[in-house]
Design a protein around this ligand. Structure first.
Ligand code: I3S
Length: 121
């Protein structure tokens, strides 16, 4: 932790590829389908794009609203390592994963901070 190189100390708002599986949509169970997504964290949303290039054209695939969301590491919902879950306040559930523990931890910490600050606001 905290050794993420040049970016290690900044709140992470830039894009990076993460593996994402939406397992519930507003409380309705979804079939797990891991997809590599270009992920961008804003002050209160996690934006998911199929391709990095779509960030420029606003072609979002999904928007995860972080106000009132809950984030937690999980070892039970996947056989993959470094998996955490975001549950939104509307009951949608996302699994996020990166093979690198440093990458997963960096995003977990940044999203947790964003949840805290956007929920207090
Ligand atoms: O929780 P599950 O059902 O074991 O998740 C696996 C499935 O989503 C599987 O797809 P199929 O249902 O089409 O076989 C995926 O290929 C696996 O990656 C999922 O398990 P992991 O442990 O990778 O999350």
């Amino acid at each position: 932790l905290g050794s993420g190189g040049a970016d290690g100390f900044e709140p992470l708002v830039k894009g990076e590829h993460l593996n994402v599986a939406k397992i519930s949509d507003g409380g309705k169970k979804q079939r797990k389908n891991w997809t590599q997504m270009w992920s961008v964290l804003t002050s209160d949303q996690l934006l998911l794009y199929k391709e990095r290039q779509q960030e420029a054209t606003a072609g979002k695939t999904d928007v995860v609203h972080l106000c009132g969301a809950v984030i937690e590491w999980t070892t039970e919902k996947s056989s993959r390592k470094n998996v955490f879950q975001i549950t939104t306040n509307t009951g949608s559930e996302y699994l996020l994963q990166a093979d690198s523990n440093a990458t997963a931890s960096k995003w977990y910490d940044a999203i947790r901070k964003t949840i805290d600050s956007s929920t207090k606001a």
